[in-house]
Design a protein around this ligand. Structure first.
Ligand code: ZN
Length: 296
């Protein structure tokens, strides 16, 4: 199959080592770089990742549009969203596996910086792209951007697990964030949305406090939620909101302790769920990734 091949360095975030991992990557841009989907912020093109052994992986590359008004580092937002979703997925799996429910996974999203020739996307040269495998099969949207269940998506085994996963992220984060817009094939998910309490990071779809309240108001517990013993995510009351502010103080304290530990040269293990809920972690991780790719 013909198409421009671009080479570069890909960063993916590893939960286990709490850092970016770099690898060489070659991508063939398909359809002459004509986007199959374009939003106000991004163009999406089909491509293939070329394995050194000759295999090809159907993939999607996303580039920021010039008129988006976003800084170049915004290309990291999807990789960060995936990293946070995957961090919660690993803990969720530890909880649901003994109960006999299916485990979940999120497709990896990398950030690619082209070496040599830039990729041409939508007729423009693009040096930095987000890259993810294209999910093929019976694609299902399980819940929406505000967390409400789509149709009868809670009734299937995968659907029940998808609803419970969103609910789990809300509780396990101390209600500091929720991962919703759960969609994919079976329980392999892609393109989720994070709403964080402060509304920072995670792209333009992060509705912040409003997104969290919408989730609490619209989520309907599935059997998996009850089996996991999740507290019903009813609408947040004034009293609860006061408590949440205390939780936010806790999140900041954890962030400061984390920063102090890093300064002391402490050996880092896997990234913790409390840590990924902090704006400090988000900003520091994007900054570190952008620096690794030589972005200013
Ligand atoms: Zn629930």
């Amino acid at each position: 199959m013909s198409g421009d091949v671009v080479r570069g360095t890909r960063l993916t975030y590893a939960i286990e080592s709490a850092d970016w991992v770099a690898s060489d990557v070659a991508i063939r841009i398909l359809d002459g770089g004509r986007p199959f989907a374009s939003g106000a912020m991004r163009d999406c093109v089909r491509c293939q990742e070329l394995d050194p052994d000759g295999a090809t992986i159907p993939s999607v590359a996303k580039a920021l549009r010039p008129g988006s008004g976003l800084p170049p580092a915004a290309v990291f937002d999807e990789a960060m969203t995936q990293a946070v979703a995957e961090a919660f997925a690993q803990e969720f799996n530890r909880r649901v596996q003994p109960l006999g429910f299916p485990t979940v996974a999120f497709l990896p999203v990398g950030v690619v910086s082209c070496a040599g020739a830039a990729a041409r996307v939508g007729g423009r040269p693009q040096r930095v792209l987000a890259l993810e495998p294209e999910l093929r099969g019976q694609y299902v949207k399980y819940n929406t951007n505000d967390g409400s269940v789509v149709g009868d998506a809670a009734s299937s085994s995968a659907g029940g697990v998808a609803q419970a996963f969103s609910h789990f992220t809300y509780e396990a984060s101390g209600r500091q964030l929720v991962v919703c817009d759960i969609q994919g094939v079976g329980t392999c998910f892609t393109d989720p949305q994070v709403h964080s309490r402060d509304g920072q990071g995670f792209g333009a779809g992060n509705l912040g406090d409003r997104g969290l309240r919408a989730f609490a108001a619209t989520h309907r517990c599935a059997g998996v939620c009850r089996a996991m013993g999740l507290v019903p995510a009813r609408s947040e009351t004034a009293g609860e909101r006061a408590r949440l502010e205390v939780d936010e103080d806790l999140a900041w304290r954890l962030a400061r302790e984390e920063a102090a530990g890093a300064d002391a040269g402490e050996c880092r293990g896997a990234v913790g769920l409390q840590e990924v809920c902090t704006p400090t972690w988000y900003r520091a991780t994007v900054t570190r990734g952008a620096a690794r790719l030589g972005m200013r």
